[in-house]
Design a binder for this molecule. Structure first.
Ligand code: FES
Length: 147
């Protein structure tokens, strides 16, 4: 399937409700991901886990929760102006895997090792306990994620 985001979400939800397995649903997503053209460097980065000169720890602007990207060795105060955790990770120089940026594909799924997050968009992909979709959530408390 392919179409506007609302169509994609509704179609995907309908198929999943009908019992169609996730791996039997093929799609292309031309919605929000097209926004990435403005930041093409992040899209075409040779390594999906490349860190671009991050600070080890930056001071929190207020009482912003600290996000620790464990595998990257980076702890940074969350900046709510960036949007989702996916947007925030990119803003601090990380290049996590992603595709749809809207909770459909599951590409941005990572393990959360501690802390609490809140969904800012309802994921359409299945998310197991201990996992989050970076594109759908923000931290509510200090968190550690496997990224
Ligand atoms: S990028 Fe597709 S679910 Fe997050």
């Amino acid at each position: 399937m392919c179409g506007p985001p609302a169509f994609m979400k509704a179609s995907y939800a309908t198929l999943r409700t009908l019992g169609i397995a996730q791996d039997r649903i093929a799609y292309e997503f031309f919605g929000p991901a097209t926004i990435l053209e403005a930041d093409i460097e992040a899209v075409i980065a040779p390594s999906s886990m490349q860190v671009v000169a991050p600070p080890l720890v930056t001071p929190a602007p207020t009482d912003a929760p600290i996000v620790t990207f464990v595998r990257s060795g980076l702890s940074v105060a969350f900046d709510a102006k960036t949007g989702s955790l996916l947007d925030f990770a990119e803003s601090v120089g990380l290049t996590p895997d992603f595709s749809c940026r809207s909770g459909v594909c599951g590409t941005c799924k990572v393990k959360i090792l501690s802390g609490q997050t809140r969904n800012i968009e309802t994921p359409l992909d299945e998310v197991n306990a201990g996992e989050i979709l970076l594109c759908c959530c923000v931290p509510e408390t200090e968190i550690q994620i496997d990224l």
